[in-house]
Design a binder for this molecule. Sequence first.
Ligand SMILES: *Cc1c(COP(=O)(O)O)cnc(C)c1O
Length: 341
Amino acid sequence: MTIDLRSDTVTKPTPAMKEAMFLAPVGDDVFGEDPTVNKLEEKCAALLGMDAAVYCPSGTMTNQIGINVLTHPYDEVICYKGAHIYKYEGGGLMGNSHVSVKLVAGDRGRISVNEIAANINNDDQHYPRTAVVALENTIVREAGSFYALKDIEKISGFARSKNLHMHLDGARLFNALVATGENAGDYGKYFDTISICLSKGLGAPVGSVLVCKKEFAKKARRMRKVFGGAWRQAGFLAAAGIYALDNHVNRLKEDHTRAKAIGKSLQQLSFVKSVMPVDTNIVIFELESSVSPAVFLEKIGEHQIKALAFSANEVRMVTHLDFDDAMLQKTITTLNQLRFL
Ligand SMILES: *Cc1c(COP(=O)(O)O)cnc(C)c1O
């Protein structure tokens, strides 16, 4: 039995999800004729309290399209300095949308109205035009920290008073919702575009959805075509997404409980220097300088456990649908038995 904690993207479809996929009615989505894709898009828009949605192959694509439809070349986007849109999308904002970024520190990645206010450029020919505030929830670089909706409300109100658009990278929005107990339907009104991933904790094999205001949907579809993501009988995959939204949201709580248990046991270990607070399903910890991530990963690999080197001295573990209590026990037992010379 291999235990794979590298990411929550590693999950395989469950038998019931596979059955839903096989039975899905499909059609050509470029013609708007895939009933299952249409159903998924309508479901996501309704769920988040918005009026449109575009189903895409990846969360990178939905983020890139989201920023693209809200900006013009030479604009600037304000975001957290470790934001996925900036740090982990291959420089796409520059390449795809020709925009610059203004990076802010945030509190574990949660950016504040004050930080935004201090980073809006004056309307002066020297400066890029500040166009978008982009938030991430949960925040992957900060071990899945999350916003309270009331803080998002403040940020959105302020941004709009400055004529800025709002984008949300909600790759793990449902982890945040499960953690806060807040309502998905309250999110839409604070954003112009929201990206959600079905392929992370929700356990679908592929797919992300850009949920947006109607005025941006046509351009979003156009840009999906330009980026090569307009697909045909994608309903087989959309069916997995629908199944995931219907069946795999509440269980995210279990992932959070297991991640917290891993975090707690890591804290006791002599070769672990520090563990970031575990708020949802992501555990990030720093090793003592005598133990490199490569050596640590090799050791746990001998016990068929996989994790991810996250920086020169950090390791990441992410819990998910295919990680159960027996695997948790084995992981904790293994960690407790590790010895480094
Ligand atoms: C995974 C992830 C994405 C999108 O990733 P894809 O692998 O392209 O689907 C976007 N934002 C965050 C925060 C993520 O963790």
